[in-house]
Design a protein around this ligand. Structure first.
Ligand code: 0WD
Length: 269
């Protein structure tokens, strides 16, 4: 039987077909999951670009819930969870695949980050997980699973990742505290720390192609991850196959995070 047969959940953060949330969705859908989706509210209601892009991807999956949601707005979040309650009754999983920082602040240096840019980046990239978890816990089935997306720049310094690294550190800490708080209720909270993938959000991070070359030369597997590999790992953590895993940050990065120094052949160059 498909792993997600009879299970339903929400996916936040598909901007287009390159989004990591879409890669995970493809795996969940292939395993029979019934998924509701949100998109960023369109500024011009006459030209609903974000909604159109998302609908084109998810309508073939038979999505019963497609709604706008700006995670900065409590009323948007409340509307999504109340619609999910009406549509699905209870939820088995929630995927948080959202991040944002204003370009000026993202470009660094960290010491020059504006107060407003810091607040906005933290609110969208880290607080939003807390806001989702608080609402999800009231309506999840036993064994329910929440997953967030993070990056190595939240654990160690990755030049160019700047203020987003500070946000990911907060996000990863939130994963652990939420795992502690929701565990007794039977819910799990984890994160996938993915290697670089060329998405819309990634295009804002400086020197991104250099980063991809680094992974090719330095990671134990000597290559970059594929969206499908990240999708499968995300699906695993959301599934019952990971029933005893919570508070975990799973690195899906071809092993890059274990290296303390470049491989000898790369050092010789
Ligand atoms: O290399 C990468 N691409 C990696 C990404 C490596 C490791 C982790 N990640 C993380 C990101 O930091 C993020 O948390 O994965 C997550 C998804 O990122 P993505 O798939 O790389 O990027 P993208 O396709 O742009 O999706 C992020 C989405 C937004 O996209 P845009 O580009 O339209 O800002 O986050 C959503 C939105 O759909 N988003 C919001 N959703 C609700 N309310 C908001 C908001 N205020 N702001 C952004």
């Amino acid at each position: 039987m498909p792993v997600f047969q009879g299970k339903s959940g929400l996916v936040f953060g598909i901007a287009n077909e390159r989004s990591i949330a879409w890669a995970i969705t493809e795996q969940l859908a292939a395993e029979g999951a019934d998924i509701g989706f949100t998109h960023l509210p369109d500024k011009d209601p006459e030209r609903p670009k974000a909604e159109k892009r998302l609908r084109k991807l998810v309508e073939p999956l038979g999505a019963k819930l497609v709604m706008p949601c700006d995670v900065q707005r409590d009323e948007d979040l409340d509307a999504v969870f109340s619609a999910a309650r009406e549509t699905y009754g209870r939820l088995d999983f929630v995927l948080h695949s959202i991040a944002y920082a204003p370009l000026d602040d993202l470009q660094g240096p960290v010491y020059a980050c504006s107060r407003a840019g810091f607040q906005l980046s933290m609110e969208i990239s880290a607080y939003s997980l807390i806001a989702l978890a608080g609402r999800a816990r009231a309506m999840m089935n036993p064994g329910g699973s929440i997953l967030a997306m993070t990056y190595l720049g939240g654990e160690t310094v990755v030049p160019g990742y700047n203020i987003m690294g500070v946000c990911k550190a907060a996000l990863e800490s939130a994963v652990k505290y939420l795992a502690h708080e929701l565990g007794p209720e039977g819910f799990r909270v984890n994160a996938v720390s993915a290697g670089p993938l060329k998405t819309l959000a990634a295009s804002a991070v400086g020197d991104f192609s250099k980063m991809m070359k680094l992974y090719e030369s330095f990671s134990p597997l000597r290559r970059n991850v594929t969206p499908e590999e990240v999708g499968r790992a995300g699906m695993y953590l959301l599934s019952d196959a990971a029933a005893a895993i919570t508070g975990e940050v799973l690195h899906v990065d071809c092993g890059y995070h274990v290296m303390g120094a470049p491989p000898l052949e790369a050092q010789a160059e």
